[in-house]
Design a protein around this ligand. Structure first.
Ligand code: DHK
Length: 156
């Protein structure tokens, strides 16, 4: 698929980083009891409501995340990403997102600004069109909706 047809089909990538496969059982007081499967279902349903299709992926590996982001060059019209802890460490993920030249919405389940200082900075935020944090799993629905607006054009 070339870049134009990726945009036309409205396929979007929802990418989750390390430890997010454990959602639902991982530190539930912080991250809640909703599972990653539930989050991915929400994303697919929200995308469908906007006439798009969400392809949901997760990896615990930085290079694996970079490889999937590169797929967006030809396969996806935009990206929703929760890079997990790599938000705070990974220039490689930031550079990959910049390289694909697609709309990006960054999501964090928790309000990273109310947590430890090392979580306050995200390398990804500087290349994201929008950042949603502290809205729990609802944030993924908001992110897909915003991405649909960005892809459709006219977003402000
Ligand atoms: C998820 C993680 O795994 C943490 O490393 C980040 C983020 C916050 C979240 O809130 O979704 O610091």
């Amino acid at each position: 698929m070339d870049r134009t047809s990726a945009r036309a089909t409205g396929r979007v990538l929802v990418l989750n980083g390390p430890n997010l496969n454990l959602l639902g059982t991982r530190e539930p007081a912080l991250y809640g009891s909703v599972t990653l499967a539930d989050v991915e279902k929400l994303c697919r349903e929200t995308a469908a409501a906007h006439g798009m299709e969400a392809d949901c992926r997760q990896s615990n590996h930085e290079g694996g995340l970079v490889d999937v982001i590169h797929e967006a060059r030809t396969e996806f019209a935009g990206i929703v990403i929760n890079p997990g802890a790599y938000s705070h460490t990974s220039i490689a993920i930031r550079d990959a997102l910049a390289a694909v030249e697609r709309p990006v919405v960054e999501v964090h389940l928790t309000n990273i600004h109310r947590r430890e200082e090392f979580r306050h900075h995200s390398y990804v935020s500087g290349v994201a069109d929008a950042v949603i944090c502290g809205a729990g799993t609802d944030g993924y629905g908001f992110a897909v909706t915003r991405l649909a607006r960005l892809i459709g054009g006219g977003a402000r």
